[in-house]
Design a protein around this ligand. Structure first.
Ligand SMILES: [Zn+2]
Length: 279
């Protein structure tokens, strides 16, 4: 449990040597500390009439085509849960890390809750590989632009209906078609245009230090990212409340290590050590 400051310092020194780049990959673990459920558990179930849907059935493009109102209701409910949460010290440490490193820093996140942007990380250096549920985009793809869901559309409770006035806010401002959530759905593939998939892999291959936080690789892209980073000989630090499939990759990398602990605590320590290494 916890971190050996000397080991951490060595890993950071290895990572930032010769103007190296630092990439941070985050998953649900960091958001859990802000009280955001994974929506893979009971919070993710959705009931329409007498039918109960699993998260992968409701967060699904085929379902959106059949019942856009149910899919939007589910996402607006989740958006409400996330907007009531606050970024925690882990998120804030990553925003400060970007401030220190500027173009040498990239954040790749699987989280769609938008907390990294709210903590102060910049949109340009934050690759939201699963999207962001505060955004919508044209379902007819008249452009690739993602729009912030208007503030006038209030947070929705579970199962709450969308009024006709609110539907008007979910219309594409360019062509008047219905929009869809700007989130990668379970039956869709990663892509560069909307989710910067190729950029994420390229950044991982070019990074000299990868910090993996609160993810256990339930989806394929995080695994590719860690493989890319390991293949290019970069240092990997894995931060998690328990050992997982990435812990061994981290320990197999040069000066890499697994740090057992909460993201909010460990990332604050990493930030302190990083400041010392950079000065
Ligand atoms: Zn449109």
């Amino acid at each position: 449990m916890g971190v050996d400051p000397l080991q951490l310092k060595q890993a950071l020194e290895q990572g930032v040597r010769i103007e190296g780049r630092i990439t941070v990959l985050t998953g649900a673990g960091i958001s859990a500390e802000s009280g955001i459920p994974t929506f893979r558990g009971p919070e993710g179930y959705w009931t329409v009439g007498s039918v109960h849907y699993q998260p992968e059935q409701i967060s699904n493009y085929a379902m959106f085509c059949r019942q856009p109102s149910e899919v939007w209701k589910w996402f607006l409910y989740r958006r409400g849960v996330c907007s009531a949460a606050e970024p925690n010290p882990g998120h804030l440490a990553l925003a400060e890390m970007e401030g220190l490193l500027a173009d040498r820093f990239t954040l790749i996140t699987q989280n769609v809750d938008g907390l990294h942007l709210r903590a102060g990380n910049g949109l340009e250096r934050t690759l939201q590989i699963h999207g962001n549920l505060n955004y919508m985009r044209c379902d007819k793809s008249c452009s690739d632009e993602a729009f912030l869901i208007p503030e006038a559309l209030p947070a929705k409770g579970r199962g709450e209906e969308i009024t006709p006035t609110e539907w008007d806010l979910l219309i594409c401002p360019h062509c008047g078609s219905l929009t869809r959530p700007h989130v990668l759905l379970f039956d869709e593939c990663y892509d560069e245009t909307h989710y910067r998939f190729e950029t994420a892999l390229r950044v991982a291959a070019e990074t000299s230090l990868l910090i993996v936080v609160g993810t256990e690789g339930a989806t394929t892209l995080p695994n590719h990212i860690v493989e890319c980073a390991l293949g290019s000989g970069c240092t990997i630090i894995d931060v998690n409340v328990q050992r997982n499939r990435f812990s061994e990759s981290a320990e197999a990398s040069p000066q890499g290590l697994f740090i057992e602990g909460a993201a909010s605590v460990v990332l604050t320590q990493v930030l302190t050590q990083l400041r010392a290494v950079l000065t």
